[in-house]
Design a protein around this ligand. Structure first.
Ligand SMILES: *Cc1c(COP(=O)(O)O)cnc(C)c1O
Length: 377
């Protein structure tokens, strides 16, 4: 890998461009290859295609430089999350969000029901409730902002309380991204990404990552990937790194669009509530400002209309895609409660909106057009 940089001196905008490149040499390649090999001549550090891959290492280096620690990529965000839960012994107690990302919550409910883990489901946005649950727990599993209600969790306070109590702390940083917060720097043991989302940014692959500063933990997670087998495809890793080159730029543009649209939605009589931590009126605004470097590009809003009208509105947009997922260059929205696994704390008329990098006035015109098609006045 390229050793020419003092990474700590560079901004994220430069890190995403300069990291994860082969070492400099005459006629050397600027970009890492798509390394398509299961098999390696004996005697080297990789050994076999399930243990390591040049395309993985390049992406891992880049995520490490952005997030701190050392990184392992996995076949999906959920594969990475599963490797985290697999660290815990049978019957271990874990604190997690009662309304977090539905994939994680669904998995934790299953682990709890089968008594593999004992999960204390709490409202992570409620500081007192979360701090009270730490005693007797082995792991705190955090997510902030929480998907899809966009509540901001007091990460600095909760992470330090968890560590002081001897708890392992893992943070899903998918929505905030390393541009806005670095949980390892706040003391967390593991940072998780669904690389599927903002880091890769083009809605064309699934990948996950885990980063940690703890070398013993890194080894255990690496063994889990090696023998659990949830490895990334080299092509996916290569595409993710190609997408990551513009991550800082995409995120800045998406955030600008999100703030503008959140303001317009907040002043619109057809909307009963807008959740976006960047709005000064948002209950999490000051907390977010206290430790985050931005407010992200996800907006959730509730429409004054029937469920059928909200579904019709989502289906009527032309520029905005009605789909699940987030973090791509394309704006995407959906009515979250269309998923039976979504938390019932999420209102039926709530639309989760992943704001992309399109022209903001075009996006607003599409929203207007969708309101009109659904006869929402
Ligand atoms: C999408 C998502 C995941 C799961 O990632 P996949 O790559 O879809 O497996 C985990 N956490 C959050 C916050 C997500 O948005």
């Amino acid at each position: 890998m390229n050793q020419d940089h003092n990474w700590q001196d560079l901004s994220p905008e430069s890190k995403v461009v300069a990291s994860g490149r082969p070492a400099k040499k005459a006629d050397g390649e600027l970009n890492p290859p798509i390394a398509l090999n299961s098999t390696f001549h004996e005697g080297g550090p990789i050994g076999y295609g399930r243990y390591g891959n040049e395309s993985w290492s390049a992406l891992e280096e880049s995520i490490s430089i952005l997030e701190g620690g050392k990184t392992l990529i996995f076949s999906s965000g959920m594969a990475a999350i599963s490797a985290v839960f697999a660290l815990l012994p049978e019957g271990a107690v874990i604190v997690a969000a009662n309304n977090g990302y539905q994939g994680t919550t669904t998995l934790l409910k299953k682990l709890h029901e089968s008594e593999k883990l004992k999960v204390k489901f709490v409202n992570l946005a409620n500081l007192d409730e979360t701090l009270a649950a730490i005693a007797g727990s082995q792991m705190l599993y955090l997510e902030s902002p929480i998907n899809p209600l966009l509540e901001v969790v007091d990460l600095p306070k909760i992470i330090s309380a968890g560590k002081a109590a001897g708890c392992g702390v893992a943070v899903d940083n998918t929505l905030a991204t390393p541009l806005l917060q670095n949980p390892l720097a706040l003391g967390a043991d593991i940072v998780i990404h669904s690389v599927t989302k903002y880091l890769s940014g083009h809605s064309d692959i699934l990948l996950g990552s885990l980063s940690t500063n703890d070398s013993a933990l890194y080894s255990r997670l690496e063994q889990s990937r090696r023998y659990g087998g949830a490895i990334a495809g080299p092509f996916e890793a290569w595409l993710a790194l190609r997408g990551l080159r513009t991550f800082a730029l995409r995120m800045q543009r998406s955030q600008e669009n999100a703030l503008e649209l959140a303001n317009r939605l907040a002043n619109d009589p057809r909307i009963s509530k807008v959740r976006y931590p960047g709005l000064p009126s948002d209950p999490y605004h000051l907390l977010a400002k206290s430790f985050m470097r931005g407010f992200g590009a996800m907006i959730s809003f509730e429409v004054k209309a029937t469920v059928e009208q909200v579904d019709l509105m989502c289906n009527s947009s032309k520029l905005i895609t009605n789909a699940t997922s987030l973090g791509g260059v394309e704006s995407i929205w959906e009515r979250r409660r269309r998923w039976p696994t979504e938390s019932t704390t999420v209102p039926e008329n709530l639309i989760r909106f992943s704001v992309g990098i399109e022209n903001v006035d075009d996006l607003w015109a599409d929203i207007e057009q969708a309101f009109n098609s659904a006869k929402i006045k």
